[in-house]
Design a protein around this ligand. Structure first.
Ligand SMILES: *[C@@H]1O[C@H](CO)[C@@H](O)[C@H](O)[C@H]1NC(C)=O
Ligand SMILES: *[C@@H]1O[C@H](CO)[C@@H](O)[C@H](O)[C@H]1NC(C)=O
Ligand SMILES: *[C@@H]1O[C@H](CO)[C@@H](O)[C@H](O)[C@H]1NC(C)=O
Ligand SMILES: *[C@@H]1O[C@H](CO)[C@@H](O)[C@H](O)[C@H]1NC(C)=O
Length: 204
C-alpha cells in the first residue's frame, strides 16, 4: 500500500512538473514545428523581415512597439524566443505592463531610458540606463520604461524567453475592461466617480 510519504512525494513531483510546464514554452520533440498542412519549408520560414520598416524611418511621434513574436513570425513556434523593438520619442513611456509567460532582457541601442519593475514584496527596482546598457525584467512582474531625455529619442531591443510573452497592460486590463465599477472602487479604496474618471481617459 502506498504510504502517505509516497503520496506526498508524488504530489510534490507532479506539482514541480506542472510548474515546469507552465514556466516556459513547452518543449518540442522535433527540431522545429511545421506550419499546419505543410510538409516542405525553406529558409523563408525561419526568416522575418517585418522589422525592416523601421531601419531608415524617422522616430514615430508616440511610443511604438514593433514585435517579432509568434503572431507575426510563425517560425518561432516551439523555439521559446521573441523580440520587440521599442521606439521612444522624447518624453514617451511604455506604460505599466507584465509579460506573464516571459522574462524580458532589454538592450538600449540608442538614447537613454529610465526603467523599473516591482517585485512581489512591492519593492521597486529602478535604474537609469544609457546606450549599451541591458536590464532584465523578471517574468510576470509589473514594469515600465520611460525616456526622460528632453532632446534625444531612445531605441531599445527586448528579447523574451517565450515566442508569445503574454503582454498585459495594467491600465487596460484593470480600467479598460468590463470589471464592475463597484469592484474597482472597492479594490482601490475609492469612489465610483474617481474610477469613471480614470476609465474615461483610457476609453476615449
Ligand atoms: C488542413 O487540411 C485539412 C484537409 O484538407 C483541412 O480540413 C484543414 O482545415 C486544414 N487545416 C489548416 C489549418 O489549414
Ligand atoms: C536604408 O538606407 C540605406 C542607405 O540609403 C540603404 O542602403 C538600405 O538598403 C536601406 N535599408 C532599408 C531596410 O530600407
Ligand atoms: C539627453 O541626451 C543627450 C545626448 O545623450 C545628453 O547630452 C543630455 O545630457 C541628455 N539630457 C538629459 C536631460 O538627460
Ligand atoms: C481601451 O479598449 C478599447 C477597446 O478594446 C481599445 O480600442 C482602446 O485602444 C483601449 N484604450 C487604450 C488606451 O489602449
Amino acid at each position: 500500500m502506498a504510504s502517505i510519504a509516497t503520496f506526498l512525494c508524488l504530489a510534490l513531483v507532479s506539482f514541480t512538473v506542472v510548474q515546469v510546464a507552465v514556466s516556459s514554452d513547452p518543449n518540442i520533440l522535433t527540431d522545429y514545428v511545421l506550419p499546419p498542412n505543410t510538409t516542405v519549408i525553406d529558409a523563408n520560414y525561419f526568416t522575418y523581415t517585418g522589422v525592416r520598416s523601421i531601419v531608415n524611418a524617422t522616430y514615430p511621434t508616440k511610443f511604438t512597439v514593433v514585435k517579432a513574436s509568434l503572431k507575426e513570425f510563425p517560425g518561432l513556434l516551439g523555439q521559446s524566443v521573441s523580440y520587440a523593438i521599442l521606439e521612444f520619442p522624447v518624453g514617451s513611456i511604455n506604460p505599466l505592463h507584465i509579460h506573464s509567460r516571459a522574462t524580458e532582457l532589454l538592450f538600449v541601442v540608442a538614447g537613454s531610458l529610465q526603467v523599473g519593475f516591482v517585485d512581489t514584496t512591492n519593492t521597486l527596482f529602478s535604474q537609469k540606463l544609457e546606450t549599451g546598457d541591458m536590464f532584465v525584467f523578471p517574468k510576470g512582474l509589473v514594469h515600465f520604461q520611460y525616456n526622460s531625455n528632453s532632446t534625444e529619442p531612445a531605441l531599445a531591443v527586448s528579447a523574451f524567453g517565450s515566442a508569445s510573452a503574454g503582454t498585459q497592460s495594467i491600465a487596460n486590463s484593470v480600467f479598460n475592461s468590463t470589471i464592475y465599477e463597484g469592484i474597482l472602487a472597492e479594490s482601490f479604496k475609492t469612489t465610483a466617480d474617481v474610477i469613471e474618471k480614470i476609465e474615461s481617459g483610457l476609453k476615449s
